[in-house]
Write a protein that binds this ligand. Structure first.
Ligand code: SAH
Length: 391
């Protein structure tokens, strides 16, 4: 994995971002490669003057030509990766997260660029998004086997940036049963997870804290859960005594939502499950819910579609505000990387203006602590949610 014969030299003055520990080096900052190297090799990076700066995965075909792992002259062997993984796992254990579904590794924030690793009880699901990480996959699997002895390992590498890295998407069982399904328990609620067929890595682990918060606010009230997937927000709210309506476009996800109600001893006949497009459904609704959750998929798939996506966020939020009861709560989320807090708030401002309602921000919510963001890599933040009061 390590290539000691070659190194990458930067252009003059381009070492600044590495000195600020940013883990990405763009191709434009590179003066040249010295020695022989293959795409995906682990290389040393030096300044124009030849001073050592860092070490990382090299990919000449990607705009992000280097993904840095270390800013020290250490050996990047199997022991190094074992230690990085162990550190990430130990931190989650120490934080006593109230769920059996956890993100064990969150890419650059955990010093492992291009690797996401989720645990679902005894199963592991990995998502690889860099060429270098893909090259060392066999070693990673060995280390994970040794550290965690999982019952199965599933790969769900399907992210949008794979092509640029020179990778194909890969959805497969790497170890374990052919149709991996499992049950997880989050804050006292049970969920059935289809690890291969489900969306993302099977479940939206990142909304854990926000589901718990919504459950607290909706006890004894009516909740409209839009973009409800397998019923995450609805199950927790119903267990807390809410009357729930779940709106979701995917038939299989909606079927699993009903199953999840049964799993928790809740009668699905006492709740509503609407298989529909949220945009259409919300438009024809009469205001009748004390709380609405909007958790749409990432509308911004890449920077070029930002404007169009902003329009979609604005539309859905305007409609939801219009459909809010007086003094209703609205939890509105965005998981688009390219939409930051400031822009999201501007969109909500425009939506509120168009809706003709008075709207307050009560709270900002985000990623849970197993999805950390490195201060040196703010790009790792993606989940943003506003708790609004629509008066
Ligand atoms: N809140 C969920 C996760 C939502 S993910 C949880 O806590 O588990 C977004 C969901 O929106 C996906 O299930 C996707 O199938 C659904 N979806 C996407 N576009 C939709 C649309 N126009 N109308 C309804 N559902 C949609």
């Amino acid at each position: 994995m390590e290539n000691r014969q070659a190194r990458v030299r930067l252009k003059p003055g381009r070492e600044k971002s590495i000195q600020g520990r940013h883990p990405w080096v763009f191709s434009g900052a590179i003066e040249g490669l010295e020695g022989e190297a293959s795409p995906g090799d682990l290389l040393k990076v030096v300044s124009h003057k030849g001073e050592f700066l860092a070490q990382g995965f090299y990919n000449p075909h990607s705009q992000i030509a280097l993904r840095l792992l270390s800013f020290r002259k250490e050996t990047l062997d199997a022991d190094f990766f074992r230690q990085r993984l162990q550190q990430a796992i130990d931190f989650r254990t120490k934080m006593a997260i109230p769920s059996t579904a956890l993100r064990l590794v969150h890419g650059d924030a955990d010093g492992l660029p291009g690797l996401v690793l989720d645990a679902y009880g005894p199963y592991l699901v990995l998502q690889i998004s860099s060429l270098g990480m893909n090259r060392i996959k066999p070693q990673l699997l060995e280390i994970l086997q040794e550290l965690l002895s999982p019952e199965g390992i599933i790969e769900r590498s399907e992210s949008a940036g794979l092509k640029e890295e020179g990778l194909e998407s890969n959805k497969a069982v790497l170890r374990g049963p052919a149709e991996p399904r499992t049950l997880i328990e989050e804050n006292g609620a049970k969920f059935a997870i289809d690890l291969l067929g489900g969306q993302k890595t099977g479940f939206f682990i990142d909304q854990r804290d926000n589901r718990q918060a919504v459950a607290k606010w909706t006890a004894g009230k009516r909740l409209l859960n839009c973009f409800s997937y397998t019923g995450g927000f609805s199950v927790l709210a119903a267990l807390a005594g809410a009357q729930t309506t779940s709106v979701e476009i995917s038939e299989p996800a909606q079927a699993l939502a009903r199953e999840n109600f049964k799993l928790n001893g809740l009668d699905p006949e006492q709740h509503q499950f609407i298989t529909a497009n949220v945009f259409d459904y919300l438009r024809q609704l009469e205001p009748s819910y004390e709380m609405i959750v909007l958790d749409p998929p990432a509308f911004v798939k890449n920077k070029n579609h930002l404007k169009q996506a902003c329009r979609a966020y604005q539309d859905i939020n305007r409609i939801a505000m219009r459909q809010s009861l007086p003094d209703g709560l609205l939890l509105t989320c965005s998981c688009s990387h390219y939409l930051d807090w400031e822009l999201f708030q501007k969109i909500l401002f425009s939506a509120a203006t168009e809706s003709g309602r008075q709207v307050q921000i009560l709270q900002r919510l985000g990623q849970p602590l197993d999805h950390p963001v490195s201060l040196f890599h703010p790009e790792g933040e993606y989940l943003k949610a506003f708790l609004l009061r629509v008066i």
